[in-house]
Design a protein around this ligand. Structure first.
Ligand code: CDP
Length: 209
């Protein structure tokens, strides 16, 4: 059983994916953390995330030790992630890892993956596909609160602008652009609580199990 959850930044994918994974005792993979890891690794080496050679080298030798680092959640890593994510060699290098996780999750029951292209590219055969979205303002508000709660300096205008830029880059790229799979169920979380989103998603999963 594979649950694929895609959507733009701060729409509530991660919260939902973790909750579904806990509820069904499935394993969870935040695919964005891999792209953030590649971006952060390039930045730490003093490289430019938009440079294909630097990004490819980092993706092919990704240090998984970077994934739990607090810097991974910062806006610098987010921006670097969306720059490396537009590059074919980076996406190719990360694909097998994601597919293997989905097909053979460590716990053996099922997998929940969240990202931008899980339902379209990584797991086109996933039993359940959800596309979680929300208005730009609602998402920027949530990201600001998240950054502030983590004690990071954050300015509303900058968060809004960064999110808009990243949405544009993720949606307009040629390879694996952000878009709902044809068979995905779209949930707009703008005026829904996390509990309401979870209940809506759980009903969809139950109908497919
Ligand atoms: O947490 P947030 O939604 O802000 O972003 P994320 O899921 O951590 O992803 C960071 C960036 O990685 C995105 O803006 C995408 O450019 C890229 N990404 C991707 O291209 N494909 C994925 N499956 C996941 C993330």
């Amino acid at each position: 059983m594979i649950i694929a959850i895609d959507g733009p930044a701060a729409a509530g994918k991660g919260t939902l994916a973790r909750r579904l994974a806990r509820h069904y005792r499935y394993d969870f993979l935040d695919t964005g953390s891999l792209y953030r890891g590649v971006g952060l690794q390039v930045l730490r080496a003093g490289g430019d995330p938009a440079d294909p050679a630097a990004a490819k080298a980092a993706a092919e030798h990704l240090d998984l030790g970077l994934l739990p680092e607090p810097d991974l959640r910062g806006e610098a890593a987010a921006k670097a992630a969306s720059l490396v994510a537009a590059q074919p060699a980076v996406r190719a290098a990360l694909l097998d890892f994601q597919r293997n996780f989905a097909r053979r999750p460590p716990g053996g029951h099922g997998a929940v993956l969240d990202g931008r292209d899980v339902g379209t590219v990584v797991c086109p055969d996933a039993r359940v596909k959800l596309f979680i979205t929300a208005s730009l303002e609602a998402r920027a508000r949530r990201r600001l609160a998240e950054l502030q709660a983590a004690g990071r300096a954050a300015i509303w205008e900058a968060v809004l602008q960064d999110m808009q830029d990243r949405d544009a880059r993720d949606s307009k790229r040629d390879l694996a652009p952000l878009k709902p799979a044809a068979d995905a169920v779209v949930i707009d979380t703008t005026s829904l609580s996390p509990d309401q989103v979870f209940e809506a998603a759980r009903a969809i999963v139950e109908a497919k199990r």
